[in-house]
Design a binder for this molecule. Sequence first.
Ligand code: GDP
Length: 338
Amino acid sequence: MRARKLRKALITGITGQDGAYLAQLLLGKGYEVHGVVRRSSHAEVSSHRLRWLGIENDVKLIDGNLNDLSCLMRIMQTIKPDEVYNLGAQSFVHSSWQQPLLTAQVTAVGVTNVLEAVRIEAPTARFYQASSSEMFGLIQETIQSETTPFYPRSPYAVAKLYGHWITVNYRESFGMHASSGILFNHESPLRGKEFVTRKVTDAAARIKLGLQDELPMGNIDAKRDWGHAKDYVKAMWMMLQQDKPDDYVVATGRTTTVRDMIRIAFDHIGLNPADFVRIDASLFRPAEVEVLQGNPEKAKAKLGWEAKITLEEMIAEMVDADLARLRRSEDIDPSKMR
Ligand code: GDP
């Protein structure tokens, strides 16, 4: 019997939360995993997430940039990937008002660069675009599905909407196997601290250990449909295993306020959030997405995908991971612990 050809995957944004979990998933399935990383003379590649998952030496990293088409073409030509996952982006909503043009160049036009490189140099590769529930923004339906009209509310969401439509357009124009996953918020211990869940779990751990006394917060009445990144990267892979490319909402179907998410984190360490949370007006956004709640029925019916990890389980995992990290890295005074 002939050995099955080793499947090759290329991931942009491999050093981010989703890139790291996706790389782990694909390595477990026997893929050869390549990742595009941005490198500059003064900054080392930040591989701490890959290291945390113990896969730093198992992935092959290659220098590249979503804004450099010639380099992306060379990467496709050299690797000839079977699957391309475009997860690279300027992905923090709040910064997108400070850096609207950079956000457009990377998060919007960057998608066309990757699609062009695939179309020209690896035309049989399957393509995944990381789209976002932020595209629903000022929601037009209480529960958002693949057919809900979009109404982006930040430069980030506007850029993501371009990325979504250019993916659909390349599928329809060139017959590419290009799919777009509209992922609702997904978190984990590998989430950056600029996002609200990780900010809260890190602060809860610091407060518990006596390293911090208060938690400044923005709009805690906002509601999000939060799932676990480890569950969500499975949906990405499943989309590329389908005979036909398509678009899918990936969500839990449950929405929770930031306020309740904070309560879940503080319950886990036995403290009362009211004693620590302080509302800070500077953390409010120029335009807010008040509520998001996804309908994952299509992903369930067509991909057989379902979110498995609950918000309570995820927040507990994140708080425990932050407690462990801080215990390793900080000088803790036992008399100050709460
Ligand atoms: P987003 O949904 O991609 O913007 O993810 P975030 O985790 O950054 O924010 C989720 C929600 O939490 C938004 O509605 C924010 O306005 C709200 N929020 C309230 N306080 C904070 C805060 O201190 N930091 C962040 N990042 N978000 C906050």
